[in-house]
Design a binder for this molecule. Structure first.
Ligand SMILES: [Zn+2]
Ligand SMILES: [Zn+2]
Length: 356
């Protein structure tokens, strides 16, 4: 068996899935002293993300046979890197040797309990929310990508949109040469200052500076008033959510893209979109599956059912990319969208670059 560097493994995985494979098994079993394996966490993460980038991750299950999975942490890392099933074959063999009767069952039971404990510490209740969840990057971006990030736009202060901000800023503490611009309405910025950046929760905004610079600087924006971020024009439009939330029409000279942020059925943003001749795409809330449409309605989000109704309000035929899928329902929502007779709606792939 040849040793494949991760790029080759990824290319092979993509070929297999395109040829119809429904389950991929990554294995280091054939390893020997002459033929060392790629660490399985590395191989798993590489394949998981290569499949996402190729737009085919949802077509295939990813199972991993890992000799280097010897304890609970290794096991959790493999799941976090995107494995759907893990066989810690060497650990199981060792457990069987130590105790032929109960060793294997005891090990599996301990892994089960330990994983539940790790996830509960993070407030995660189902494995699906943990799998491939970018847990090992502070915000799902590589270090280089984080350092290139110059500006952040806050659409509303709900925790799922702001929770990683304090970690992101403090992680870059040493490297920042100039502050990150934080675009937010004055009231949202006050809320962040009071409830998130305070000594009881994390660090106060006033102390967020290194020897060279402040780490964060507030740039206020107001409803309906265009502002410029890094050469792009943004128009904030209030949408329908449980708190004041702004969707953004983002424009450069040639094209425009609409990001709704969290919203239920709404009107104003579609009027704005209908007046924009260079609109190329809409990225829109798709939080819940159709079976939870009632929950989507009361929490001011969308399900595939309510999104289809929203589609009517936009005259141009551009695509709707669903984002903000609640992790436990992701697979279900993807399947429901695929089953719609409406090809204008698609689920956006995490980790894929879109160009318009
Ligand atoms: Zn929200
Ligand atoms: Zn949200």
């Amino acid at each position: 068996m040849p040793i494949w560097p991760p790029d080759d493994i990824c290319a092979k995985a993509i070929d297999l899935v395109r040829a119809g494979a429904a389950i991929l098994l990554l294995s280091d079993r054939p390893a020997s002293a002459e033929s060392l394996p790629v660490p399985m966490a590395l191989a798993t993460g590489a394949v998981h993300h290569a499949l996402i980038r190729a737009g085919i991750r949802t077509r295939v299950g990813l199972a991993v046979e890992a000799g280097d999975c010897r304890d609970l942490h290794h096991f959790a890392v493999l799941l976090g890197m995107g494995a759907g099933a893990v066989c810690p074959w060497l650990a199981l063999e060792t457990a069987r040797n130590l105790n032929p009767e109960k060793g294997e069952a005891n090990l599996l039971h301990a892994l089960d309990l330990g994983l539940a404990k790790i996830m509960s510490k993070m407030g995660i209740s189902v494995v699906d929310s943990y799998r491939g969840a970018h847990l090992f990057d502070s915000i799902g971006l590589s270090r280089e990508e984080q350092l290139r990030l110059r500006a952040i736009v806050i659409t509303h202060t709900h925790l799922d949109h702001t929770a990683s901000l304090p970690f992101f800023i403090t992680d870059l503490f040493q490297e920042l040469q100039e502050p990150i611009a934080l675009y937010a309405t004055p009231s949202d910025f006050d809320a962040l200052r009071e409830h998130l950046f305070n000594p009881r929760m994390w660090t106060s905004l006033d102390t967020l500076r290194n020897e060279t610079t402040e780490l964060l600087v507030h740039r206020p924006y107001r409803s309906g008033e265009r502002f410029t971020v890094e050469g792009l024009q943004l128009l904030p439009v209030p949408v329908t959510h449980t708190v004041l939330t702004h969707g953004m029409l983002v424009e450069d000279e040639s094209s425009a893209v609409l990001f709704t942020s969290d919203t239920g059925a709404t009107e104003r943003i579609w009027q704005v979109a209908n007046e924009c001749a260079k609109l190329r795409a809409v990225f829109i809330d798709l939080s819940f599956p159709t079976s939870l449409t009632e929950l989507a309605r009361v929490s001011k989000h969308h399900s595939p059912l309510t999104l289809v109704a929203e589609l009517e309000k936009l005259r141009s035929g551009v695509k709707f990319y669903g984002v903000h899928l609640k992790a436990p329902y992701r697979d279900r929502i993807v399947a429901e969208v695929a089953a719609l007779a409406e090809s204008r709606i698609e689920v956006a792939d995490i980790g894929l670059d879109y160009e318009f």
